[in-house]
Design a protein around this ligand. Structure first.
Ligand code: MSP
Length: 504
């Protein structure tokens, strides 16, 4: 059994969960469920990024302590993932003691190895904010918040000597061509490294909401220098060596394109500096745009997952974001497109097929599964659904993967149209009817199984209505995807429509 470790970014708690966050997390979940179905032992990690100036500021703005703010928002993230049936194994929070211990050991190792050094940081500082600004953040040369002059301040900071790692990173990527995906993102990363790497300041003395550096505790770690390490903390770094050795390096870090550099340049370099292996793959997906813009607090265009779940259900939500656009490029979200796709793929294709097949089987076959032909005409399409899904999932191409499963749905619907079991029934050809419906029921079984990573509830319910014991997720593919496993004689149940149609 292979082990498979997949992560989402840990989300900032100065914001509440929106569909952009959910996009990455659902993708991680679908991948997790698929790998489990394929027999892997999977560890799926998500969590919250709770340190740093942004959080400290957000807390101040609300007049609460950072701790109160992070407890509240972390709970909201967790509740959102629970509501979306996210099967995460651990929810890490960077304010936990285990994370402090791990980060301190990690940074101390890099410091001892000589790749963290004291230097001076020069920047434009607003005393009221206790924060640095870059030239272009200023408003008429003033602090954008207090609208007062900023000062040129020189501060002692620790620097991570990133500039020393360019060759090692290029060498690593030359040997691991697929370590950054999709390929266009690899080119972006290589271009960035070749353009020259600057050392970066990895500590702050201006804030105290962070992990203190063990060798100089008036400094706290810069938020990214602490956040990235969550991926190691969660699998036992500094607390359980055996467990860490089992799970590290991660198989996939799923990230948005906005944080690719942190994950594909800073992170592997820091790991190398500590003598640890870089992650096997970083996959950067595009943004979900709303009205052509990235969702943001200030843009007031954020959509809460719960609002869409109320209209489309958990499965409808999950399906839409995995299938409506490729996982990679940017994609526009629109409510109208969501209604359309829901009606076309879930209400019509999936829902209707289940409905009409079960209905006919109730009426024409006495509500039990007839004998399934071992060489039914849908057999080959079903085999393609499995191989298509499997190949696409290896590339994290969710849309094509489930597209292959929906091809089986469409082919089964077409088979019903062509073979007209209702006409055969009228003619009294009960053997012919049983043959056709047996094939269709078998096809439904395979659909329920293969669609279950993305629509776990509907998949499980269909499985149950087919009279099958257990749940799809207890099965193993490819074995369970083989044709002809639906036991004859099982009792069927028609049930209510799985995806009621939506009015546009
Ligand atoms: N805390 C850092 C990540 C640290 S990981 C060690 C962070 N957090 S974030 O909450 O601002 O964003 C995290 C991720 O949320 C993004 O990389 C992306 O995966 C996802 N998204 C946030 N907005 C998004 C969209 N509008 N569209 C798609 N994904 C988006 O950065």
């Amino acid at each position: 059994m292979a082990r498979f470790y997949v992560t989402t970014p840990i989300y900032y708690v100065n914001d509440v969960p929106h569909i952009g966050h959910a996009y990455t997390t659902v993708a991680g979940d679908v991948l997790t469920r698929w790998r489990r179905l394929s027999g892997d032992e999977v560890f799926f990690l998500t969590g919250t990024d709770e340190h740093g100036l942004k959080v400290q500021r957000a807390a101040e703005a609300r007049g609460v302590s950072p701790k109160e703010l992070v407890d509240e928002t972390a709970a909201q993230f967790r509740a959102t993932w629970d509501a979306l049936d996210i099967a995460y194994d651990d929810f890490i929070r960077t304010t936990e003691a285990r994370h402090y211990a791990a980060v301190q050991k990690f940074l101390q190792t890099i410091y001892d190895n000589g790749d963290i050094e004291l230097g001076t940081y020069e920047g434009l500082y607003c005393v009221s904010c206790e924060a640095y600004y870059t030239e272009d953040e200023l408003v008429d040369g003033n602090c954008p918040i207090h609208l007062r002059p900023v000062e040129l301040v020189v501060e002692e900071n620790y620097f991570f000597r990133l500039s020393r790692f360019a060759d090692r990173l290029l060498e690593y990527y030359a040997e691991h061509r697929d370590a950054v995906q999709p390929e266009s993102r690899m080119n972006e990363v290589l271009g960035f490294i070749r353009g020259g790497l600057q050392d970066f300041s990895m500590s702050r003395t201006s804030i105290d909401w962070g992990v203190p550096l063990p060798w100089d505790p008036k400094h706290v770690a810069y938020v990214w220098a602490d956040a990235l390490f969550n991926y190691c903390t969660a699998v036992g770094y500094a607390t359980d060596d055996e467990r860490f050795a089992k799970w590290w390096p991660a198989d996939y870090h799923l990230v948005g394109k906005d944080i690719l550099r942190f994950h594909a340049v800073y992170w592997p370099a820091m790991l190398m500096a500590a003598g640890l292996e870089p992650p096997k793959h970083v996959f950067a997906h595009g943004w979900l745009l709303v009205g052509g813009e990235k969702m943001s607090k200030t843009g007031l265009n954020q959509i809460a997952p719960a609002d869409l779940v109320a209209d489309f259900g958990v499965d409808g939500f999950r399906y839409h974001f995995m299938v409506d656009q490729r996982f990679g490029p940017d994609g526009d979200f629109s409510y109208e497109a969501m209604v359309q796709r829901y009606n076309a793929d879930l209400a019509n294709n999936f829902g209707n097929l289940a409905n009409r097949v079960l209905n006919m089987a109730m009426n024409y076959c006495g509500g039990v599964v007839p004998e399934v032909r071992a060489d039914g005409p849908l057999r080959e399409v079903a085999a393609n659904a499995y191989s298509g899904l499997s190949e696409a999932m290896d590339r994290l191409d969710f849309a094509s993967g489930f597209g292959a499963v929906w091809d089986l749905i469409r082919a089964t619907n077409a088979y019903i149209e062509d073979s007209k079991p209702w006409a055969l029934n009228k003619q009294g050809d009960s053997e012919g009817v049983a043959r056709i419906l047996g094939d269709c029921l078998e096809s439904l079984r395979i659909v329920a199984l293969l669609a279950s990573p993305v629509i776990p509830n509907a998949g499980g319910e269909l499985w149950r209505r087919l009279g099958l014991p257990g749940r799809p997720e207890d099965q193993r593919v490819p074995e369970a995807a083989a044709w002809g496993l639906l036991p004859a004689g099982a009792t069927l149940e028609k049930g209510e429509p799985l995806f009621p149609r939506k009015e546009a």
